[in-house]
Ligand binder design. Structure first.
Ligand code: NAD
Length: 490
């Protein structure tokens, strides 16, 4: 049997500031979607490995939480400059392990920098309150960290999603166990190295690799106070129920089926370009991807332009790979089924091959018209560069389709009418709304998070809303009798 060599050293866990071997643990191979090359291996850790990471985080917590936030934040200012210094290498690594284009990988790392910058502003945002509530009696409330918290990440943003949680949770005084996706574990190693270089004390951030077993152990571990999860809805539900069942706070972000409503008065060029980019960016592997377009009335002229735009998106050039061979097969199966069910394929990305990268996992941009609501492709998350177009005659019918989806991450409308835009803002059942914007990701300090089955839990995962998630309020009531002062000078 041919033995393939690893391009990167075998990944280890990271506990108390040290790479830590997991004796006897099984490993999984990590492949590059770009060409199928073997990059590394990742350990499938067990609950014992988690115990060690939680113990390290617990040991670090008293000292870390006692550091004033104005000092904690200095480490993250330094960290931000290190991310900027290494932006090229970090982007290359994201590209290699995830398969996206360099520009997309770089945009992801730049977003990580913005998230770090927001965390640096937290001292300005978390000041407490104090009020004299009756003569001589004062109430004061201040934000305190929770203790040891956990963050579980998906494959589609190996660098950015860990930054949704690490900077805010740590600046606010918590210690963390991060569980990266086993499909893209390399970026997390670099994040830990750079944080150490920036001066983060050992044990404040720990990394435990693995899959289902370690996620379940995180939900069960009595030493972990809060669990943040990002991934598919199926697993988000399991994690939310299990973590909260163990009396932890939890925010669990799930999958999506984002509807882009296109009205006949929409600007054709802008709409076509936006919809094509929304459905195909990051090879459609974004929870913000516009995967369903609902055309209202006479929009054939926009569909024609959209297909022209989508044709310009070429696998291996401005379109990256999907994460795995299995993902490619699943996406192509969705297209096959839609075709068999009577939908019309306007642009077919099945069986895409990139010369020189024949073993890469590519799917070309695919546009499917006359999809009906009962078809699987209209209901399920495809997570590939595939757009399903449904047709309605009224805006209310289009909104009814959007509202009927169990998901609710994002929704967008393309129109030049302010009143129609406002109507969609008010009636779409999604947490993030775009008006003439296909990927309406809120920028900091606004928070990121969907509705319905796209997010379980009360808080959003980033921005101001996340402050509530990562902290608890301590309320102190004080009373001093002004008459009882001792005059020690006499
Ligand atoms: P996933 O649910 O398969 O995996 C997410 C995490 O859960 C990984 O760390 C994985 O190891 C772990 N996991 C997998 N199976 C498990 C199981 N049976 N029990 C416990 N843990 C398990 O998701 P993915 O494929 O890595 O990521 C893609 C999904 O994430 C898509 O559905 C996408 O929409 C979603 N996503 C959502 C957001 C959002 O903000 N809502 C952001 C990014 C990705």
């Amino acid at each position: 049997m041919e033995v393939q060599t690893l391009k990167y050293p075998a990944i280890q866990n990271y506990v108390a500031g040290q790479a830590t071997a997991t004796a006897g643990a099984a490993t999984l191979d990590v492949f590059s979607p770009l060409d199928g090359a073997l990059l590394s291996t990742v350990p499938v850790s067990d609950a014992g490995a988690l115990d060690a990471a939680v113990a390290a985080a617990q040991a670090a917590f008293p000292a870390w939480s006692a550091v004033p936030i104005k000092e904690r934040v200095q480490i993250f200012y330094r960290y931000k400059t290190l991310l900027e210094r290494d932006v090229r290498a970090l982007s290359d690594l994201v590209r290699e392990e995830n398969g996206k284009t360099y520009d997309e990988a770089r945009a992801e790392v730049e977003k990580a920098i913005e998230l770090t910058e927001f965390a640096c502003s937290l001292p300005q945002l978390i000041g407490g309150e104090v009020l004299e509530v009756s003569k001589g009696v004062e109430c004061r409330s201040e934000r305190k960290p929770l203790g040891v918290v956990a963050s579980i990440a998906p494959f589609n943003f190996p660098n950015m999603v860990p930054h949704w949680t690490i900077p805010n949770a740590l600046v606010l005084g918590n210690c963390m166990v991060l569980k990266p996706s086993e499909q893209v574990p390399l970026s997390a190693v670099k994040i830990a190295e750079l944080l150490k270089e920036a001066g983060l004390p050992d044990g404040v951030l720990n990394i435990v690799n693995g899959d289902r077993e370690i996620v379940e152990a995180i939900c069960d571990h009595p030493g972990i106070k809060a669990v943040s999860f990002v991934g598919s809805t199926k697993i988000a539900k399991v994690v939310y129920i299990r973590a909260t069942g163990n009396l932890k706070r939890c925010v669990a972000l799930g999958g999506a089926k984002n509807h882009l409503l296109v009205l006949p008065d929409a600007n054709p060029d802008m709409t076509a370009a936006n919809v094509a980019a929304s459905m195909s960016g990051c090879a459609g592997q974004r929870c913000m991807a516009g995967s369903t377009m609902v055309g209202v009335g006479a929009i054939d002229h926009i569909v024609r332009k959209l297909v022209e735009e989508a044709r310009k998106i070429v696998p291996g050039q401005n379109l990256g790979a999907v994460i795995s061979r299995a993902a490619k097969a699943r996406i192509e199966q969705h297209i096959d089924e839609a075709e068999a069910a009577g939908a019309k394929i306007l642009l077919d990305g099945r069986h895409a091959v990139v010369p020189g990268h024949e073993d890469g996992y590519y799917v070309g941009p695919t546009v499917i018209d006359y999809v009906t609501p009962d078809m699987r492709i209209a209901r399920e998350e495809v997570f590939g560069p595939v757009l399903a177009i449904l047709r309605t005659t009224t805006l209310d019918e289009a909104l009814a389709l959007e509202n009927a989806s169990p998901y609710g991450n994002a929704a967008a409308v393309f129109t030049q009418s302010g009143s129609h835009a406002r109507y969609v803002m008010d009636h779409a059942s999604a947490g993030m709304i775009g008006i003439n914007i296909g990927v309406p990701v809120p920028r900091e300090p606004f928070s990121f998070g969907g509705w319905n089955e796209s997010k379980f839990g009360a808080c959003d995962i980033t921005g101001k809303s996340s402050i509530e998630f990562w902290t608890q309020l301590k309320k102190t009531t004080t009373k001093w009798n002004p008459e009882s002062r001792v005059n020690w000078m006499s």
